[in-house]
Structure formats: C-alpha cells, structure tokens
Design a protein around this ligand. Sequence first.
Ligand code: NAI
Ligand code: MG
Length: 493
Amino acid sequence: MLDDATQTYGLYIDGAEVGPSSGQFFPTEDPYTGKVWGQIARGGAEDVAQAVAAAKRALSGEWSKISPSARGKLMRRLADLLIARADRIAEIERRDNGKLAAEVVAQVRYVGDYFHYYAGLADKIESHVIPTDKAGVFAYTKYEPKGVIGIITPWNSPLTLTSWKLAPALAAGCTTVIKPSEFTSASMIEFAALFAEAGFPPGVVNVVTGFGPEVGAPLVEHPDVAHIGFTGGEIAGQKIYELAAKGLKTVTLELGGKSPNIVFDDADLDQAVKGVVSGIFAATGQSCQAGSRLLLQESIHDAFLEKLIAFVSTAKLGDPASLETQIGPVATKPQFDKIMGYIDIAKGEGARCVLGGKARPDLGPQFVEPTIFVDVRNDMRIAQEEVFGPVLSVIKFKDEDEAIAIGNDVAYGLAGAVWTKDLKRAMLVTDKLKAGTVWVNNYRATSFTSPFGGFKRSGIGRESGINAVHDYLETKCVWISSDLEVPNPFIRR
Ligand code: NAI
Ligand code: MG
C-alpha cells in the first residue's frame, strides 16, 4: 500500500531520476477523492533537449553493440520485473486515473506480456536477398533502428499505451524519450526505474513529464527525434502531425473513435447485452475503442433495450480500489465536464435519456452515471462526436444495408462489432465496415499479436503485431558488385 504522504516524482534522464530544470512541480490528483496525492516535475524544452541528447548518445553507445538476442534477454528481464511489481505500479496508476483495481493490475501484467512478445521478435527481424534485374551484383536489405523515438501518451491506459510503442521500438534497437500524460505520469517514472535494474544501458529509455505544449511539442520538433508514436485526442494528434511534417518525420497516430456495436435480430441477445456493456461502460467509457453507438435492428429494439437497461441498472459505482466496484470515476476534471456537456447536448438535440444522465456527487467529485440515450439520429452530435465517457447512443436500423451505412457514416473508423448467428451476414458487415478492428460476437479484444489502429480520422498506422516493429526501423538496400570490372560509363553498349 502507498502511504498517504504526498510523493514527489522527478524526470528520468540518462538512467537516473533528476529534477526539472524549471525547478517546478505540479500536483496530480486521485480522481476518486479529488485530492492531490503526488507532485510531478514540470519539464520543459531544456529537459527534452537533455533527454534527447542522452537517447542519441545511447543509440551509438553500448546499446548498439548488444546483439538482438541479448536485447531480447534484457526485455524479458524487464518484463519479469514489471510483472513482479505489477500490484504496486497498478496501485499508482489507479490512484492517478481512477480505473478499477482489478482491471489495472491485469493491464500492468499484460504490459509484461507485451515486452515478452517483442523480446522474442528482437532477433527475428529477417532481411531479404533481392533478386535484382542487374547483372554482376548481389543486393540485400538491412533493417536498422530508426533512431530516437518520441512517445506521447494519454491518461486512460498509461503504461499499456506506452508499451504499444516502447516494446517494438526497443526490439528494433531504438532509444526513446517518453512524455506521459500530465494527469498520469507517476506510473511511468516508477516503471522507468526498472530499466536500469534490468540492465539496460542509461539513456535507452528517458521520461520527461509535463504539459503538451511545454514538453510534447519540443519533443516532436527536436531535430534528433526520428519518429513520433502518439495516442490521444484528435486535436493534439493534428498538432503533432503538423509539427512532425515540418521535420519530415514519420508518425503513428492512434486517435478517437465512434465505433458501432451492431446487433441483428438473430443474435444471442443475452451475450450481446454483455458485449455492449463491456464495449461502452468498461473503463467508464474512456477508451478509444468504446462501442459508443449501439445500432439495434428495429424488430428487437425494445426487447433488447429492456434487457440492457435491467443489466446496466445493477452496476455498482464507487471506489475503484474495491473489487466490488464495477464502474469507477471519470479520470480527469476536464473529461468529467466534457461528458456532462455532451449529456446536455444530447438532451438539447432531442435524444431521450432512458438511464442515468446525471453526475453523482454523493460518490465523489467525478462520477457520471452509466447513461443511455435512445431516439438518437446518426446526424446528431451525440452520434458523431467522441464523448469518451459512459454514454451510449442507441440508433435503430432496418436491414444490413442500413446498418452498414449508419455504421460508416462518421468521421472515425477505429473499431466496430457485429452480433449475429448468420455467417453470411457477419462476413458482409466485416467486409463493409470501414474500421481497423471488427469483432464478431465479441467486443474489445486486443492483443500484442494483432494490429490495432484506425481508418479515416481515427489515426495513421497500426500498432501491435509483428509489422509494428517496422515503424521503428529504416530499410537499407546494399548493392555489392560481384564483377571484378566496373563498366566504363563512357562506352555505351
Ligand atoms: P490529449 O490528446 O490532449 O493528450 C494526450 C497527450 O498529448 C498528453 O500527453 C498531452 O500532454 C499531449 N499533448 C497535448 N497537446 C500537445 C501538443 N500540442 N503537442 C504535443 N503533445 C501534446 O488528450 P486529453 O486532452 O487528455 O483528452 C482530450 C480528448 O482526447 C478526450 O476527451 C478523448 O476524446 C480523446 N482521447 C483519446 C484517447 C485515445 O485513447 N485515443 C486517450 C485520451 C483522450
Ligand atoms: Mg492524476
């Protein structure tokens, strides 16, 4: 257990915790109590420059001489250390973002699994011999680490979303500077200390905490940073993309969603109810892949809603530390205000609230009841914009074509699901949905083995799986002459 005294967290640069050059710290709150529990270093451009310099030195130092297999060994050691400390690190993360204890412990352990997966990949990045059309040459490709990687992450799943970038970057042999969310920085500082313990050379992993414009922007702009891996909101994503474009850097952007959960009349409705609930109310709806639009076939609309409302009404809201709790608080005050704002917008647009719709100040400063709106038209803002909270919009449809049309009629394309027992129907919808992930008769599964990312405004690129490592590699093609004689360029043949 953490004690009640306020904890102070520095930056993590070149293998050691250091103070910020500003000398300033800012408070971090527990969203359940609203109380300050820690002080976080307020980094700035100067700290970013030091962290990037350390990462650049590490790139050509001891780290570059470690074989890919030995790199994998270090990553496995790190994964085991993390799994052994999962309870403590999860408690810190829970204090910062209010996620359910059971969920965060499982997530932190799973971060260990991520590192094990990419540890195994470190020495399996094989290059190719190219059968060229030129005579007298031997050509092959070689994959080299892209360089210093900037990682910028949000508050909903801090270590998970960091590891989606950090694990493949390390497998590729890159070095990194991480900028966690200003709302949830502490778990990353605790995690960073494990790298030295696992035997990583200093400078391979650096963490600069602070605010987006003060730390994130200088990190993206730094000329020695080669690639940015970002998860977060659309507005920050756009700014980062613009800054990265100025430096002609590559990016991976994982942004928002307004994913459809489509239930047909032949589905197993009891199973679908559970899938819909975990789709929108897990993590208090603060999840990029949330199934925030429920598309119900007309013929089952009323019956399904009745089952859904009965089930959601049993949800226990409360202290995220308690294993009894099923829905916790909203992670940040601005997010709480945003969600309450959208509930008003939905009411103003004529959507009908059939469950919830209110804050619960009796439970804590940032609780929102699980909320369901019916009579939603897909052109309403509540159906088009990402709420990032426990708010479900229910929309009716007649047939497959209409379900697909509504499903795709949003700016986003992160995920979606179809519930049916009809294989043809399932295949039709999975083919036609413009989304990076489509689940059939389940919702929410993600894995280190499987690419994740969005179509349309949901982002750029895919994370996880074997191919993700190539975001962190440059391809070099080497041509070796096997002819003794170089042809005379002045004599045309
Ligand atoms: P955000 O997108 O502003 O923050 C994410 C990260 O980007 C943080 O580390 C932040 O400091 C950094 N950042 C912000 N502005 C930046 C800039 N100009 N340059 C560089 N880095 C910058 O997320 P925020 O404000 O907490 O949430 C806003 C909305 O974003 C939410 O309401 C939700 O709709 C969406 N969101 C989506 C997430 C996802 O998983 N895709 C996660 C969190 C939020
Ligand atoms: Mg906090």
